[in-house]
Design a protein around this ligand. Sequence first.
Ligand SMILES: [Zn+2]
Ligand SMILES: [Zn+2]
Length: 253
Amino acid sequence: MRLQLIPSAVGGSSQLQFLSSYLLNDELAIDGGSLGLLPDLARQRMIRHLLLTHAHADHIATLGVWLDNVFAEGNAPTIYCLPAVADALRTHYFNDVVWPDLQKLPSMERPAVRIRTIDSGETITLGDLSVTAVAVNHAVPAAGFVICDARATLVFSGDTGPTEQLWKVAAAHDNWHTTVLEVAFPNHLQSCANVAGHLTPATFAAELPKLPPKGQVYAVHLKSAYREEIAAELTALAAPHCKLLLPGEWIEI
Ligand SMILES: [Zn+2]
Ligand SMILES: [Zn+2]
């Protein structure tokens, strides 16, 4: 597998991550924060499957823009998410107010997007990948994903505070070596992180013993206002297998 954190800023080489979107191989993406900002329109059109962790704005900000960008009649991409996330999308996003209900446009038979719910613990097959959604510990219903191909397993936390079930499901896979784990706030905002369902470097460190000891951990979702502080606190963990995933960088899994 190959994974890229899609940059949030068009042009330039900002290391700040304002929004959340990731490409996985050619046809799959995770979250719709910056997906519609990919400069290469052909690349946007290749995405057939979108795994959506949750409905917070930084994860759906350009979802409708992307669907407009790739619209071709009879060629609808599918969004996969927890049932509660699908409800949120239908009620608050594809509600004919914030954005048209693209599930019924241009027609019910040939819509511009389909939403397919996955329960926590359910595994689906998308091409040569198997994907298991697992509910995590965030302020709103949210999922992480355990994604496997024939060679490797990638665990993607999404937005979460300290969590357990995701790691238990992942541990069933002997070839789990790579984890993409959020860390949103610096340590001095621990109480804020607790309320919001996010990690700080301190609670990020407390998750590490639950992960494969020699695996690679990529830290993501650093709040831009505190990026340098969070990065310094991660460095102070002296955990050489943990590094920041930089916008635009492709990693091989
Ligand atoms: Zn969130
Ligand atoms: Zn977020």
